[in-house]
Design a protein around this ligand. Sequence first.
Ligand SMILES: [Ca+2]
Ligand SMILES: [Ca+2]
Ligand SMILES: [Ca+2]
Length: 206
Amino acid sequence: MKFLKRTKVYLFCLTFLLPFRGITQNFDLFPIEFTTDRVLPNAYAGGLIAPQFSEIDLNNDGKKDLVVFEKSAARFIPFINEGEQGTINYRYDQSWVKIFPPIKTWAVLRDYNGDGLEDIFTLGQNNSNIEVWQSKRESGTIKFEKVFFQNSSSYFLSYTVSDTLKPIELTVISFPEIIDVDSDGDLDILTFDKAEIYVLFIRICK
Ligand SMILES: [Ca+2]
Ligand SMILES: [Ca+2]
Ligand SMILES: [Ca+2]
């Protein structure tokens, strides 16, 4: 009964209010007052849900800039470091967005070929193997070109097991770390195996 009573009241209110529907949509805007002096210089750079952070000197001024790959939106968000030497002051710069290739899963910027400029490691288009996009400076900007590996005749990064060349296999949810684990000057890859039970240590030898 209580429910019925409430339903009746609800129907009554709807009947009463519907004729005034057009009137109730008119209202005055009210001002929003900010109560802090804090400045957010990168407020329009976009929200971050699953960011991956890398460094590269985009504008060739000798200072590393910040590149964020936001996985949820599959987009690169570049920040130029405008800080004095030894300090960091990042400013979002949309003009650098267009230099990056269309990547959808993850992106780690590391110097693959040791030329001093970071390249992009990412999941291949087959969602199973790793691709590398090699960078080079050209006319004041940076261009990335997908590496074709002659030793495996493919675009996928491989390693040798018992004298056999195998592509590095990942699952679509894997996100490997790419660093020089054993300090021999060459990058290595740490990633889970396909069953996601073991962490594989893969040495990359240039
Ligand atoms: Ca820079
Ligand atoms: Ca490089
Ligand atoms: Ca190494």
